[in-house]
Design a protein. Structure first.
Length: 250
């Protein structure tokens, strides 16, 4: 099996490290086996760390002959939806920048399973699958750091996902995924309260994840006429029920 994550992700991972004994984990994806005994391995995490003579290295320097160690660690909470069991549950994926990586795995799995189900349907074994599968992706400029562009566009063209993008540096007004979430509140709100949609958030903790949660609270406050405290209580219960799942870092 082959790792299917961007070299950009690898580069960004390497230059961030400051300490020899301080590993960071990133969600990645592994391409699934293209056979009926498919094994889900899209929810693994990878640990990058480097070994140098000094404990600290500067990300502004060229690293002299670094040794790269990779270790695989299973993710306990951030897992792909239980398709096809949850095929009627709406999915809202929010992953700007390198946070999109695990969602490529989600969509690879969905495409693979749909191909299997299509064969079964031809044998009069009917299945249903919701069309409500959203991916909110953001980057600075589509020509600069739009990761997985070709693959995401293909999934969109194949109606596997509703792709909503935010390019923060292409217009005078800075736009992030949390802003796009508010723009699409008329679509998102009914999925949250009526169809028990699951929300996956992957990426930056300080800015993006906090902003996304604020947007969810705004949507609830506006549509249900409740207080901020009540909105916080509701999203906290969703997190406890694992309807909101995060893989975030700072």
């Amino acid at each position: 099996e082959t790792l299917s994550f961007s070299y950009y992700l690898l580069y960004q991972s390497l230059v961030r490290f400051q300490h020899l004994n301080h590993p960071d984990y990133y969600n990645i994806l592994l391409k699934q086996q293209q056979q009926d005994d498919y094994k889900d391995e899209t929810n693994e995490s990878i640990n990058f760390y480097q070994q140098y003579e000094n404990d600290k290295v500067s990300s502004c320097q060229y690293f002299p002959d670094p040794t790269l160690y990779l270790t695989i660690k299973s993710s306990q909470n951030f897992k792909c939806p239980e398709w096809p069991k949850e095929s009627n549950t709406p999915i809202i994926m929010i992953g700007p920048g390198t946070g999109v990586a695990p969602f490529i795995g989600f969509l690879q799995q969905k495409k693979h399973l749909l191909n299997i189900l299509e064969d079964e349907n031809n044998n009069n074994n009917k299945h249903t699958w919701t069309d409500d599968c959203y991916l909110f992706f953001g980057c600075r400029q589509r020509s600069l750091d739009y990761l997985y562009y070709d693959e995401l566009q293909q999934y969109f063209d194949d109606n596997l996902v509703k792709l909503i993008t935010a390019f923060s540096r292409e217009t005078d007004q800075v736009v992030y995924v949390q802003d796009k979430l508010l723009e699409h509140e008329k679509e998102i709100y009914p999925l949250l309260v009526n169809q028990h949609a699951k929300i996956y958030i992957c990426g930056d903790a300080k800015g993006m994840a906090k902003g996304v949660m604020n947007s969810l609270h705004e949507i609830l406050i506006k549509n249900e006429q409740i207080t901020k405290k009540e909105a916080l209580t509701k999203t906290a219960s969703w997190m406890k029920e694992k309807r909101i799942v995060m893989d975030i870092w700072s």
